[in-house]
Each structure stands twice: as structure tokens, then as C-alpha cells.
Write a protein that binds this ligand. Structure first.
Ligand code: XMP
Length: 508
């Protein structure tokens, strides 16, 4: 496959995506990965990503110098091109004007990188610095009005560089340019699929774990579910899954997990009934952050207790995804900040466990594809996100058993009706929130004085920003009717029309 060195561009993950879309495996490493690390992945070529730095800055990120002596083809994009130019003694200067947006690229040489690309194409530029003098042995292979060295090559050293961004959709035929690099120049074959990924991963994990034991904290979400099934395929019953019922789950969730993992996949599963412990710990607590802390800490405590009961555990399986791994590479200092989300925070260190993260190279939609390949039910694969603290942060104020019961029923109705309307998958989340106020109503001939359910449904691509979903009125109407008729203790339903920002998706 192709190794991408990340110099901090906002587009780095896109490069990886494009290459994988060509059915060629690609992986991103921090810019300063050693050549030993790079070579351990057996790459056929290397791409330097763009980045916000200037090559002349004293702290400019630089790769391991030996990367140029590996004999592997290199493609530098934007900052990557400037880096190559600078390294081999060319000249890069601060441009008077930033070139940003669309530019007309004129191809001067069609023999390799631009094979089968028309003479002129629109490309996407986004840079401050530019190359003014090429180093020895380099030649221009494309230019724009502003940039005479918009694409360069050193055939002997097998190095290419482009000032524009072939990975973005705005660059016409950008994917073909990347394909020319990966296939024509590097000689990659386009045979990477989820199936082959799966096989490789299983072999790798089997080799790593041997006949030792591993545990996995199963939440029922897509990531931990896919990770668990994959690892179980690799090491069989040496994997034990632990599912903690904290009493803050949605209706039927625990039963679904038991059915899927124990009955269907035959994975050893420990279900811990910790409902009372969580309720006890949350007694009298109203502050949202306090709730989160209590729930998080208690989860770790319980998980650790259970894990200790299994003799000789050495590995912990986590469903960490790619965007969690490389949050951003800091180009300010020599230390690349790469954040690994420890879902069971601090546990691996504390219990001296080694991590197995089979999904750490994958994007969410790739994990879903993998889940399908593994035979997981659609219900798990397309499940909307559900927060770790669960229903506790959807009951405003103190949490108690009765309110949990009310909210669980109301929430089930919202989800069921949204699914029936065929809208579940296109919504980021859709759920109910229980408010701590009583309002007056009338049912039959009686005055009622009961609780309020707020319905929340949002559209989003990453949860960072969101807009309220324009649900059809008759869907909202059905939800309202069913909640008031079927859930005891609720006499009013409202719909939340706050976007994020200024609101958040959850109410706490
Ligand atoms: P907010 O409410 O911040 O939520 O707009 C953004 C996304 O994050 C989820 N969320 C959480 N997930 N633990 C989690 O695992 C939490 O404490 C938590 N709080 C919010 C939320 O459901 C939404 O998808």
C-alpha cells in the first residue's frame, strides 16, 4: 500500500480515503515516523501531505531524512512539494499573494503522473509559499499562471511533487492523478477489499495474542460490536466480552446484546447487572458534568472488578476508529500530538493490559462495511450514536428509577416511529428527553398535572454541528399521541428546534 506522512493538512485523511477508494490500502503516519516504522508497513510508495507550516520556519516539520534514500517513489503535495524542493536545495519563497481556490493547470508532460489527463484541468490550490527555483535534477511537469513549478519530477530519484491538492473533489480528475502515482508509478495492485483487510487483521491478531486471553467492553454500539466479532473470529473463546447494564440503557438494549453476541455469535459474554449501583451513585446528583464523572468512574470500577475475575488476561480490545487516533498532528513542536481515546480511560495502564485496536485504521463507513462482512445485523450497524452516560443525561436533574422507566418508554416510541417513517438512518440522532417540570392538561374529564417529554431529532455529519430535523408534522403528531396515550405520567410533548450551535445535541 501507500504510506501517507501527515504534516498537518486538513486534507490528510482525504488522501487516505481516495487511495482506499482505488482499492489500494493506505495508512497515515505522523510526519516524523522513522523509516523503520514506515518500512514495517511494507509500502510501495510514500505521500507527503500538505500542511500549514512554512519550510523556512525553525520548527517546520521534517520527515526522517533517510526517507529519501529508501528508493520508494515519493509524492509531495503542497507543503510536501515545498519540503522536497527545500531539502534538495531549491528555493521556496513567501508568495506576495496567496493562491487560493481554483486554478488552471497546464500539463507539460503526460508520461507518468499525468498519464491520460487532458492538457488543461482545473485544480484546487491552497497555499502561501511557492517554489521559485527547482533543485538540481528536477523538472517541471505542469504549471499554472502563478506557479511555473505547479508539478515537478525527479525521475532518477523517483520523486514527484504537486502544488495543488489532487485529493479534494474540486480538483478535476484528482483521483486519476493519485491513481497514476499509486498504480503506474508505485506498482500497487488494486485488490484491497474489506474481505482482505479482515483476513489480514485476523492473522495479525492471532499472531499477537497467541493462546493468551483478551477482554472487550461491549457497549452494543457499532464500533465495539465490530471489534468484538472480528477479534472473536481471530482468537475464538480466548476473548471474553463484558457488558455492563448500568440501568441507563434504552429499552431492550441489554436483551439485544445478549441475543446477538451470546446466542448468535457464541461469544463468551459476561453481563453485569449494575443498575442499583449506578442509581445509588447518582442519588441527589443534578449537575450534568458530575453525572458524567460518576458514571464514567463507576463503569471503570465495575469493568475492572469483572476483568480481574478472568485469569491471565493480557489484552484489551477497543473499537478505536481512525478519526480518534489521528485527531491532529501538531506541527508546532517536534512531538506529534496523537490522541488515542481510551474508552475505558486509564484502564490499560492500570491493569497492565496491551491494547488490540483492530479498527484504528478505518473510517466509520468502512467499519459499517466490515460489520456487514462479519454478518452483524443492520440494527447494530446503523445504530445512531448513544452517549456513554445514557439516559442519565436525558433526564434533566436528578435521576431516579421511575423517571428512567418513563423516559425509556417514550424514547422507544420516538425511535420506533422514526424507523417506521423510514427516517432513522438519515437522522444523526432521534430521541426523547424528560423534563423536570409538571404542566396542566386535561384527559377525559380530568385535570392532569404531569411531566413533559421533549423530542429531539437532528441532522449532522459528525456531531460537531447539527440542525434540527424538519420531521413531517404527522410523524410528530403520531409520536405525541402515542407518548401521551402509552406512557404513564406524561401529558405534554414538545419538539426541540434548536440547532447546534448555539444549542448542543443533548440537553445536558
Ligand atoms: P452534544 O450534546 O455535545 O453531543 O452536542 C455531541 C455528540 O456527543 C454525544 N455525547 C456523548 N457521548 N459521552 C458520550 O459517549 C458523553 O458524555 C456525551 N455527551 C454527548 C451526543 O450524543 C452527540 O452524539
Amino acid at each position: 500500500g501507500i504510506i501517507i506522512l501527515d504534516f498537518g493538512s486538513q486534507y490528510t485523511q482525504l488522501i487516505a480515503r481516495r487511495i482506499r477508494e482505488l482499492h489500494i490500502f493506505s495508512e497515515i503516519l505522523p510526519f516524523n515516523a522513522s523509516v523503520e516504522e514506515i518500512m514495517s508497513h511494507n509500502p510501495k510508495g510514500i505521500i507527503f501531505s500538505g500542511g500549514p507550516a512554512s519550510v523556512y520556519h525553525p520548527d517546520a516539520p521534517k520527515p526522517d531524512e533517510r526517507v529519501f534514500d529508501l528508493g520508494l517513489p515519493i509524492l509531495g503535495i503542497c507543503y510536501g512539494l515545498q519540503l522536497i524542493t527545500h531539502h534538495f536545495g531549491g528555493e521556496v519563497v513567501k508568495a506576495e499573494r496567496h493562491e487560493y481556490g481554483r486554478a488552471e493547470l497546464e500539463i507539460l508532460d503526460h508520461s507518468d503522473l499525468f498519464k491520460d489527463i487532458p492538457n488543461e484541468i482545473h485544480v484546487w490550490m491552497s497555499h502561501g509559499d511557492r517554489v521559485t527555483k527547482l533543485p538540481e535534477g528536477f523538472e517541471p511537469i505542469a504549471r499554472t499562471y502563478n506557479a511555473p513549478f505547479a508539478a515537478i519530477r525527479n525521475r532518477e530519484k523517483k520523486i514527484w511533487g504537486v502544488q495543488f491538492h489532487p485529493e479534494v473533489a474540486h480538483t478535476y480528475l484528482g483521483k486519476d492523478i493519485l491513481k497514476n502515482f499509486a498504480v503506474q508509478i508505485c506498482g500497487c495492485s488494486q485488490d484491497w477489499t474489506m474481505g482482505s483487510f479482515l483476513m489480514e487483521k485476523e492473522v495479525e491478531i492471532r499472531k499477537m495474542v497467541g493462546d493468551k486471553k483478551a477482554i472487550c467492553a461491549l457497549s452494543g454500539g457499532v464500533d465495539s460490536s465490530v471489534a468484538a466479532v472480528l477479534v472473536h473470529n481471530a482468537i475464538g473463546d480466548n476473548l471474553t466480552c463484558i457488558f455492563v447494564d448500568n440501568g441507563l440503557l434504552r429499552k431492550g438494549e441489554r436483551e439485544k446484546v445478549e441475543k446477538t453476541f451470546r446466542d448468535h455469535f457464541h461469544i463468551p459474554l459476561i453481563v453485569v447487572d449494575a443498575r442499583e449501583r449506578f442509581l445509588e451513585a447518582l442519588k441527589g446528583v443534578t449537575d450534568p458534568e458530575q453525572k458524567r464523572k460518576i458514571i464514567g468512574n463507576l463503569f471503570i470500577e465495575i469493568f475492572e472488578e469483572e476483568a480481574k475475575k478472568i485469569p491471565d488476561v493480557e489484552f484489551l480490545v477497543q473499537g478505536t476508529l481512525y478519526p480518534d487516533v489521528i485527531e491532529s498532528v501538531s506541527v508546532k513542536g517536534p512531538s506529534a500530538v496523537i490522541k488515542t481515546h481510551h474508552n475505558v480511560g486509564g484502564l490499560p495502564e492500570k491493569m497492565n493490559l496491551k491494547l488490540i485496536e483492530p479498527l484504528r485504521e478505518l473510517f466509520k463507513d468502512e467499519v459499517r462495511e466490515l460489520g456487514k462482512e462479519l454478518g452483524l445485523p443492520d440494527e447494530i450497524i446503523y445504530r445512531q450514536p448513544f452517549p456513554g452516560p445514557g439516559l442519565a443525561i436525558r433526564i434533566i436533574g436528578e435521576v431516579n428509577k421511575e423517571d428512567l422507566e418513563i423516559l425509556r418508554e417514550a424514547d422507544a416510541i420516538v425511535v420506533e416511529e422514526v424507523k417506521k417513517a423510514g427516517l432513522y438512518r438519515q437522522l444523526w440522532q432521534s430521541f426523547a428527553v424528560l423534563l423536570p417540570v409538571l404542566t396542566v392538561g386535561v384527559m377525559g374529564d380530568y385535570r392532569t398535572y404531569e411531566k413533559v417529554i421533549a423530542v429531539r431529532a437532528v441532522e449532522s455529519t459528525d456531531g460537531m454541528t447539527a440542525d434540527w430535523a424538519r420531521l413531517p408534522y404527522d410523524l410528530l403528531d403520531r409520536i405525541m399521541r402515542r407518548i401521551i396515550n402509552e406512557v404513564k405520567g406524561v401529558n405534554r410533548v414538545v419538539y426541540d428546534i434548536t440547532s447546534k450551535p448555539p444549542g448542543t445535541i443533548e440537553w445536558e
